[in-house]
Write a protein that binds this ligand. Structure first.
Ligand code: PRT
Ligand code: MG
Length: 226
C-alpha cells in the first residue's frame, strides 16, 4: 500500500510511548491540540486528537524514522541516538528541522569501577564495547584513534561488563541511577541527546501548508523553555 498523501487525509505524527510521548504533550498543547487518550491505558496504536486533521501513531522509538521516511507518517519525533543509527543506513532520507529539546540525556562510555579505562586507552589496548548505538560508538572511538570490537546488544547493556562480555558500554545516561545500581561509572561523555522533529520530504512539499503551522508552534514551544 502506498502512503496516503491525499490533501484532506489527516496529518499523521509518529512517536513512541513513554518519555517522548509525555514530553510531546505540552508541545501539542502549545499548538492547541489536546490528546484525550494515553497509549498506556488505551492500547490503541492510532490515537485521535482534538484536531480531526491530526492523529498520532504509537510505534517503537527506533521505528519512528522508518515510518516517516516511507511516508506512513508525515512527521515524527525521535531521539538523536535513534536518528544517528537510522541515518547511517538511510543517509538524507529525512528532513530534521527542529531540535525539540525534550527527552534529554547523554550518550556516555561507562565501565566497572575497577576497570582502568584511561590506562587502556593510553596503552592502545583493543577495547570490547557493548552497545545498542553501534554507529555512534564506532565514530566516537575512531575519532579518538582507539581500536574497538563492537558487540551489538538490544538492551540491558549494563550487564555486559559485569559478566565479562565487554570492557565498556556505550549507553544513554539520564539520572545515573541505572549505572550506580549496577556498580558502573561513566568515564566519558560522547554527546548530549535530545529529540528532534523529523519530516517526510514528500509530505513537506505536498502538505506543507498544513504542516507548517504545527512545525512553527512546536518550534516556538521548544525554544520557549530551553
Ligand atoms: O524501550 P524500547 O526498547 O522500546 O525503546 P527505547 O529505549 O529506545 O525507547 P524509550 O522510550 O525508552 O526512549 C526513547 C528515547 O528517549 C531514546 O531514544 C532517547 O533519545 C531518550 N532518552 C532520554 C532515554 C533516556 N533519556 C534514558 N535514560 N532513553 C533511554 N534511557 C535509558 C538508558 O538506556 C538506560 O537504560 O534509561 C536508563 C538510564 O537512565 P538513568 O536515569 O538511570 O541514568
Ligand atoms: Mg527504553
Amino acid at each position: 500500500m502506498s502512503p496516503d498523501f491525499t490533501p484532506d487525509a489527516p496529518l499523521t505524527l509518529a512517536l513512541s510511548k513513554g518519555r517522548i510521548f509525555e514530553d510531546t504533550l505540552p508541545l501539542l498543547e502549545a499548538a492547541g491540540v489536546h490528546v484525550t487518550e494515553s497509549p498506556d491505558s488505551s492500547r490503541k496504536l492510532i490515537l485521535p486528537t482534538s484536531d480531526p486533521g491530526l492523529r498520532l501513531l504509537i510505534v517503537r522509538a527506533s521505528d519512528v524514522p522508518t515510518y516517516v521516511q516511507y511516508g506512513a507518517a508525515d512527521f515524527g519525533i525521535a531521539g538523536r541516538d535513534v536518528l544517528i543509527e537510522h541515518t547511517a543506513q538511510h543517509p538524507g532520507g529525512l528532513y530534521q528541522p527542529i531540535d525539540l529539546n525534550i527527552a534529554r540525556c547523554k550518550l556516555s562510555v561507562a565501565c566497572r569501577a575497577d576497570f582502568d579505562y584511561a590506562g587502556a586507552v593510553y596503552q592502545g589496548a583493543r577495547l570490547r564495547v557493548a552497545t545498542k548505538y553501534v554507529q555512534a560508538a564506532r565514530e566516537h572511538f575512531a575519532a579518538k584513534g582507539v581500536f574497538v570490537d563492537i558487540i551489538k546488544l538490544y538492551g540491558s547493556m549494563e550487564l555486559a561488563p559485569l559478566v565479562g562480555l565487554s570492557d565498556v558500554i556505550v549507553d544513554l545516561v539520564s539520572t545515573g541511577g541505572t549505572l550506580r545500581a549496577n556498580n558502573l561509572v561513566a568515564v566519558e561523555d560522547i554527546m548530549p541527546i535530545s529529540s528532534r522533529l523529523i519530516v517526510n520530504r514528500a509530505a513537506l512539499k505536498t502538505r506543507g501548508a498544513r504542516l507548517q503551522p504545527l512545525l512553527d508552534a512546536f518550534e516556538r514551544a521548544s525554544t520557549a523553555d530551553a
